[in-house]
Design a protein. Structure first.
Length: 246
C-alpha cells in the first residue's frame, strides 16, 4: 500500500453531502437495481453483490425501508429503469488523474455531460485505460476507531478475515482486500460485530499528486462538486491530495 489515506477523500465527501442524503440514497438505489439484475435476484441470501450494496447503503445510513423499497422496485414488473455501468477516465484540474463510475439509462447523454464537466473544469476526458493503470482496484472497508479498540487485535481480526492490508489512521481503521475477496472479508467482519463507516470496491491511487496552489485546489473541489451533482455519477476516484480548509 502506498500509505495514502483514501478514507480522507471518502470522509470529506460524506461531510459535504450529509445535507443531500436523498441524492445519495437515489444513487445507491441504482446500485441495488444493478445488483438485483446482475447478481442473481432480490434475495440477499443468494446474491452476494446485493449484500455488498446493502452494506454500503447501511454505511451511508440509508434506512431499511428505503433499502427494501429499492429492492422491490428493482425486482418488480419490468417497469424499472434499465441502467448501464460506464467508466470514464481523464485528468482534472492540476493534472489530477480521475476515474468516474457511472450508472445511466442514456449512454450518449452522459458521455456529453462528462466531456462538458471535464472541459469546463480545465481538465480533459481520456480514452478507456488512460489513467486506470495509475490505480489499484481494491475492496476498502473503513471502521471507526474508538478508544476501546486495540489496534493489534483489530488488525489480526482483519487479516484472519482475509484482508490483504490494514492501515491505522487517527480516527479510523482502513482494511484493504482483493476485489474477489471483498464480500467474504466484509461478511466475516460483520459476523465479528463490526459496523462500517464505508464498505465498497474502490480505486486506490498507486501514487498521489500533491496540490498546494489554493486556486488549483478550489478548481478541483468545484470539479468534484459538479461530478457529485450529476445524478448518473456513482463514484469519483482521484489521486489528488491537498490540505482541507478549516
Amino acid at each position: 500500500m502506498s500509505g495514502h489515506s483514501k478514507w480522507a477523500n471518502i470522509k470529506n465527501k460524506k461531510e459535504k453531502t450529509d445535507a443531500q442524503k436523498g441524492k445519495i440514497f437515489t444513487k445507491i438505489g441504482r446500485e441495488i437495481a444493478i445488483a438485483v439484475k446482475e447478481g442473481g435476484g432480490a434475495d440477499p441470501a443468494n446474491n452476494s453483490k446485493l449484500r455488498d450494496v446493502i452494506a454500503k447503503a447501511k454505511a451511508a445510513n440509508m434506512p431499511n425501508d428505503n433499502i427494501s423499497r429499492s429492492i422491490k422496485k428493482a425486482s418488480g414488473d419490468g417497469n424499472a429503469v434499465d441502467y448501464e455501468e460506464v467508466v470514464y477516465e481523464g485528468y482534472g484540474p492540476g493534472n489530477v488523474a480521475v476515474i468516474v463510475n457511472v450508472l445511466t439509462d442514456n449512454r450518449n447523454r452522459i458521455a456529453a455531460e462528462m466531456r462538458h464537466i471535464f472541459s469546463k473544469s480545465g481538465g480533459s476526458m481520456g480514452a478507456s485505460g488512460s489513467v486506470a493503470w495509475m490505480f489499484d482496484k481494491k475492496g476498502l472497508i473503513v471502521i471507526e476507531r474508538t478508544a476501546l479498540m486495540d489496534e493489534d487485535e483489530v488488525m489480526m481480526q482483519a487479516l484472519d478475515a482475509g484482508a490483504e492490508d490494514f492501515i491505522a489512521q487517527d480516527d479510523a481503521f482502513e482494511i484493504y482486500t482483493a476485489p474477489a475477496d471483498f464480500s467474504a472479508v466484509r461478511e466475516n467482519l460483520e459476523n465479528l460485530g463490526f459496523s462500517f463507516l464505508s464498505a465498497e470496491i474502490s480505486q486506490i491511487p498507486k501514487n498521489t499528486t500533491n496540490i498546494t496552489d489554493p486556486e488549483t485546489i478550489e478548481k478541483i473541489e468545484r470539479f468534484l462538486e459538479r461530478m457529485d451533482d450529476n445524478d448518473d455519477v456513482q463514484e469519483v476516484f482521484h489521486n489528488g491530495v491537498w490540505e482541507e480548509k478549516e
